[in-house]
Write a protein that binds this ligand. Structure first.
Ligand SMILES: [Zn+2]
Length: 266
């Protein structure tokens, strides 16, 4: 497997260097050549856990829906921070849930991209991948005036090509080191056990980054409250992904949001 990965990597490098040389032959400008080479090898980083000791990022995917509001009420009442990886059109159309997106940002949580339609990016063409990202960027721009720097690939599915395209769009990728299993049919008790076992295996202050889904009603009402109380009891400080990576730069673009108009449709 490692051999195969090395071979593929080498092949990609060779292809890139051939392309770069072609470009160089077509241009006498060495600065252009250097730039092309650098851009061509850029891959979006894949981050699977937090770096700050004692930090614990609890993240929620696949919203927004009405249950996201229930979770936001809980977080606000307890002054807790979360990170939301949202879709444009998954359980709901993002434009019909614009108030939820605004709440996420206004109440201090981190907003991240989870692609427009929750697509498996590996199965899409380059253009389709770009569209999955930019269509959601448009919605973010209109609704809250902020375009996230962080994204999570649906199903945790990515390859070198996907990473290259995401890098060219300015994204960093966030996966997880704890999966509560709430999206794959785990009972609440089984999901709670995942938290307990993971922390027992790598206790405080080893940082963690946990995957949950606010679209699951039992996650927003039962599992999330358990997770926050539990990690705090174990010594952790729950915080956003940006904060646990010591990165305050959550958004790659900030503009004035626009009022609702006829383009706010999915
Ligand atoms: Zn998802």
């Amino acid at each position: 497997m490692r051999h195969l990965q090395s071979s593929i990597f080498l092949l990609v490098l060779l292809t890139i260097s051939v392309n770069a040389q072609d470009l160089y032959r077509r241009s006498n400008d060495t600065i252009v050549r250097r730039q092309v080479t650098t851009d061509a090898v850029a891959l979006a980083p894949v981050i699977s856990t937090c770096t700050k000791p004692g930090s614990f990022a609890i993240t929620f995917d696949d919203g927004p829906t009405e249950t996201t509001d229930i979770l936001l009420n809980y977080l606000k009442a307890n002054n807790y921070e979360a990170t939301f990886f949202v879709n444009g059109l998954n359980y709901r159309c993002i434009y019909d849930q614009a108030d939820v997106i605004k709440r996420i940002v206004n109440e201090g949580h981190q907003l991240c991209s989870h692609t427009w339609s929750h697509a498996d990016l590996v199965k899409l063409s380059d253009d389709q991948i770009r569209l999955e990202m930019t269509k959601l960027e448009d919605a973010f721009r209109k609704i809250v005036g902020k375009v996230p720097r962080y994204m999570r690939p649906p199903y945790g599915s990515y390859d070198t090509r996907v990473r290259g395209i995401l890098a060219s769009l300015g994204y960093e990728m966030i996966t997880w080191d704890i999966d509560s299993g709430d999206a794959i049919g785990y009972t609440i008790n089984k999901s709670k056990a995942v938290y307990r076992t993971s922390i027992r295996k790598e206790p405080f202050p080893t940082p963690h980054l946990a995957l949950n889904h606010d679209v699951e009603p039992s996650t927003s009402t039962v599992l999330a409250p358990f997770a926050y109380k539990y990690v705090i009891r174990k010594g952790y400080s729950p915080q956003t992904v940006g904060s646990c990576l010591e990165d305050g730069n959550w958004y790659k673009e900030e503009v004035e949001p626009s009022p609702r108009d006829s383009s706010w449709v999915c």
